[in-house]
Each structure stands twice: as structure tokens, then as C-alpha cells.
Ligand binder design. Structure first.
Ligand code: ADP
Ligand code: MG
Length: 459
């Protein structure tokens, strides 16, 4: 087998085992660039792919390589620039395209929401891109799909606007229905629950309202923060919740904040919140630069958008807050470049984007880590080593805290940035420093000093 054949066979196996979005994101533009003495070197397009293949797919890659070429003992990954024949033409040829291309035809399906479930077919796990910012939420969703009503019940997903909560919740519903078409699945927002309840009270159909809700195998309630301050709705919801929960049905919720931070207004609310907390809580954070770039690439492939890599990089750099904003920016830049029928310059892209964006920080994790190391006068590289020396552990915890506070990094991402530590280490560090800053004014001053230093480095 040639290297190319071997890799194609391996890719074929990998493709079956991972979602399409992940496959496109992580395995596009990869190839075997060397094979000697049983060691395979896989060429990858960037550091992010490299990290993901090493950390997440290595065993799997090695296994499928070996099953086709038993002499292979090891695989490693190396960044290579895309080869010349992969370089895209500089002028997109829009004019020849039919008016309705595939991407636009797909959009028509968006009008199709099944009224029985309120599920939208476009929200699938297959189109859900996973990065460290959302991997815990994704893993929890998979667990729910595999074993509804069992271990992960209720599942509570929280995170800011446009980060993929609705997409993930709907994907859970769609997947469970796909595996069991007779399952009774229902998705709704807390506002819709409130409206349905009020209507049924008005029309004196409360009994059938109750029966309807207590019959679901999976009930998904999106944006439960809107239940706050609505006592009557909360009470009804609480009863629905208990009935379903006690008969082993699966419940999934989302909110823009953790249950603890939903303002409490009385006893029923407290009971509801403690019930929600008793299940599994997972958050989705803001995607880091590499994940943003990967999302832009996957969305471009999905929508058949063909913008140069440098444009995507610029968008990923400038649009930091949410996936919804990233999609919006991608569409805007694409439409503008179609309109001008030429590749936009950096300045043009910047001008389009800055119209809609507030300036955000451009500090990188390594800048923060470097500043912390300098501040405490320890070698920068010691922070990345898995050492337990107190003079290193403390600054490392402070650096982790700052990555979380100032860059809104997810815990798995922070762990990764510190030489591949576990996300629980990052959680522990964050919580420890967070608690201490409340009592320890000296620490507070130190952190202020560190922040002052790296914020000064920004232009
Ligand atoms: P939220 O409910 O948290 O406000 P949404 O689920 O509505 O966010 O996501 C906003 C948009 O971004 C949607 O179009 C969604 O499909 C897309 N999106 C969010 N997360 C992902 C992801 N991980 N992979 C692919 N698309 C995503
Ligand atoms: Mg939503």
C-alpha cells in the first residue's frame, strides 16, 4: 500500500467513527508525509489540528493504521503548509453559479419545524462542532442520548448568548428520536411553557395541559432563566418536572447562567433550582481563537463559501463573542465579496466587521502566563511543567484564574494551555484563587499588578 492509499483507508474508518463536522474540521488537508522504520508522520495544516489529533484521535488513528499495516509502531504529527495544488484561485467565480445553489436550497428546510416536537432538522450532532470550549457539554449530551433518563438527569447546560445551547439541546432531541422514533420528545422555551400554561388556564384546559406534559419521554426546556419571577409558572413546572423525573423520563434544560445565579424569589423557586442542580451541570464557554477559525472553516464548507484563509483568520481574530456572531460576520463578508466580485483586502474586511463590533481584548494566553512568571520571578517554562513546587503551583493557579476571568477560557482549554493538565486542575485553581481574592487583599493587589502589566502591552 502506498502512503496515500493507507491514509485513505484510515480516513475512511475515521470518517465512520466521528461526526461529519469534526471530520471536516480536523482531518481536512491531512496526509501521510513520511513512513520510516514503522513510524508514520502525518502532515497537518496547523497547530490546532495537530493538538487535536494528538490529544483526541491519536489512539484511534494508530489503531486503524495498524489494522492495515501491522508493521507500524508509532505515529506523529507535523505541521506542513498546504501544497501548491490545494491553493484556491484568488478570484471566486460567482457569476457562473446558478441562482439557487445547494446551500440556499438547504436553507428552505429551515422553515420546517415539526409541530409535534418543535424540533428543527438542521440542529444535529453531526453539524455541531466540538472544541475545548464546549466539549464537556457535548460529552454530556452524548451520555444523555446513549442512556436517556439514567445517569445524566436532569442535564443543565448554561452559557452566554449564541454559544450553541439551543443547537445542542435540539440535537439531543433529534438524536433520541432518530434512535427511537416512537419516543415522545418535546422541545420548548420557558416562555412558550408560560404561554401555554396561561392559555390553558384561560380556556380551562389545564387538565389536558398537565396530561400532555406528563407524558413525554424527553422534555427539553430552553432558556429557563425566564422562569424567574413567575411564581405560578414555576409551580406548575415544578410539578411537571417532579412527575417526569420520578417516572424516569429525561429532562434537559438550558439557561444563560448557572442555576445558582438565577435570582431566587421564594421557596418553590429554591426547590426547583436545587432539583436542577442535583443533576449534571455543564457550561459552554466562548470559543478560543483556534476553535473560532475551525468553526468558520466548517461553516464555509457547509454553506459552500469560498473565502481566502487570511480572511477567515481575520474574522476569527476580530469576532470573539459567539458562534452566532461568527456566522453573521462570515455571511456579511461573503455577500460583500460576491457583490464586489473580488477578494476583499484586509482593510475592507476590517471595515465591514468593525461596523458591528465593539473592540475586544487581544491578549493571548501565553502573554498572560509570561507576565505572571515575570511577576513572580520564576522561569516561564516551569509553569508548563507538571511540578508541585509551591513557588510554581501558586503562580500557575493565578495564571489559570486570569485565563478564565480575562479570556473566558473553558476549563479544558485552560488545562490544555498548561502542558495538558486536566480540566479539574483548572477548576480547582480558579475556585481557589477566586475564593482567596475575597479575603486576601495582598493577593488582590498582586493580581491587579499583573493585569496592569499585560493590559499595558496592548496597543
Ligand atoms: P444559544 O442558544 O446558546 O444562544 P444557538 O444554539 O442558537 O445559541 O447557536 C447560534 C448559532 O450558532 C446557530 O446557528 C447554531 O447552529 C450555531 N452553532 C452554535 N454552536 C455551534 C457548534 N458547536 N457547531 C456548529 N454550529 C454551532
Ligand atoms: Mg438559544
Amino acid at each position: 500500500m502506498t502512503n496515500e492509499e493507507l491514509w485513505n483507508v484510515a480516513l475512511g474508518e475515521i470518517e465512520l467513527a466521528v461526526s461529519r463536522a469534526n471530520f471536516v474540521t480536523w482531518f481536512k488537508d491531512t496526509k501521510i508525509i513520511d513512513q520510516s522504520n514503522g513510524i508514520i508522520t502525518v502532515g497537518v495544516p496547523n497547530g490546532f489540528s495537530k493538538e487535536w489529533l494528538e490529544n483526541k484521535f491519536h489512539k484511534f488513528i494508530l489503531k486503524s493504521l495498524r489494522s492495515n499495516a501491522p508493521e507500524i509502531r508509532a505515529a506523529n504529527y507535523s505541521i506542513v503548509a498546504p501544497s501548491a495544488n490545494n491553493v484556491k484561485p484568488t478570484k471566486p467565480k460567482f457569476k457562473k453559479e446558478p441562482i439557487f445553489n445547494d446551500a440556499e436550497q438547504l436553507e428552505f428546510r429551515e422553515f420546517y419545524i415539526d409541530p409535534k416536537t418543535n424540533l428543527h432538522p438542521k440542529y444535529t450532532l453531526d453539524s455541531f462542532i466540538v472544541g475545548s470550549f464546549n466539549e464537556l457539554a457535548h460529552a454530556a449530551a452524548i451520555a444523555v442520548i446513549k442512556n436517556p433518563g439514567r445517569a445524566y438527569n436532569p442535564l443543565f447546560v448554561y452559557g452566554g448568548v449564541g454559544l450553541g445551547k439551543t443547537h445542542l439541546l435540539q440535537a439531543i432531541g433529534n438524536s433520541i428520536l432518530k434512535e427511537g422514533p416512537n419516543k415522545k420528545v418535546y422541545y420548548l422555551t420557558s416562555e412558550k411553557f408560560t404561554n401555554e400554561l396561561l392559555n390553558s388556564l384561560q380556556n380551562q384546559t389545564i387538565q389536558s395541559f398537565k396530561e400532555k406534559f406528563r407524558d413525554y419521554d424527553l422534555l427539553i426546556v430552553d432558556d429557563v432563566q425566564f422562569f424567574a419571577n413567575k411564581t405560578k409558572t414555576q409551580e406548575e413546572f415544578f410539578h411537571t418536572f417532579n412527575t417526569l423525573f420520578e417516572s424516569g423520563r429525561q429532562l434537559v434544560f438550558s439557561s444563560d447562567r448557572s442555576p445558582k445565579s438565577i435570582p431566587s424569589i421564594g421557596e418553590i423557586n429554591d426547590r426547583l433550582i436545587s432539583r436542577m442542580e442535583a443533576g449534571v451541570l455543564v457550561d459552554i464557554s466562548e470559543p478560543e481563537y483556534e476553535a473560532r477559525l475551525a468553526i468558520l472553516k466548517a461553516k464555509s464548507a457547509e454553506k459552500k463559501i469560498d473565502l481566502p484563509e487570511s480572511t477567515l483568520e481575520l474574522i476569527a481574530l476580530m469576532v470573539q463573542k459567539s458562534i452566532r456572531e461568527l456566522e453573521g460576520a462570515l455571511n456579511t463578508v461573503n455577500i460583500q465579496s460576491k457583490y464586489q466580485n473580488e477578494v476583499l483586502t484586509k482593510e475592507e474586511v476590517r471595515a465591514i466587521l468593525s461596523k458591528n463590533l465593539k473592540p475586544r481584548n487581544t491578549i493571548t494566553p501565553s502573554q498572560i502566563i509570561k507576565t505572571v512568571a515575570e511577576f513572580y520571578d520564576i522561569p516561564e517554562k516551569s509553569i508548563y511543567e507538571h511540578t508541585r513546587k509551591t513557588e510554581v503551583v501558586r503562580p500557575r493557579q493565578i495564571a489559570m484564574f486570569l485565563l478564565r476571568e480575562d479570556l473566558k477560557g473553558s476549563y479544558p482549554y485552560i488545562g490544555q494551555k498548561f502542558g495538558g493538565m486536566d480540566h479539574t486542575t483548572a477548576i480547582h485553581a480558579y475556585e481557589k484563587i477566586h475564593e482567596e481574592t475575597k479575603k486576601n487583599t495582598r493577593l488582590e493587589e498582586e493580581i491587579k499588578g499583573i493585569r496592569g502589566k499585560y493590559q499595558n502591552q496592548q496597543r
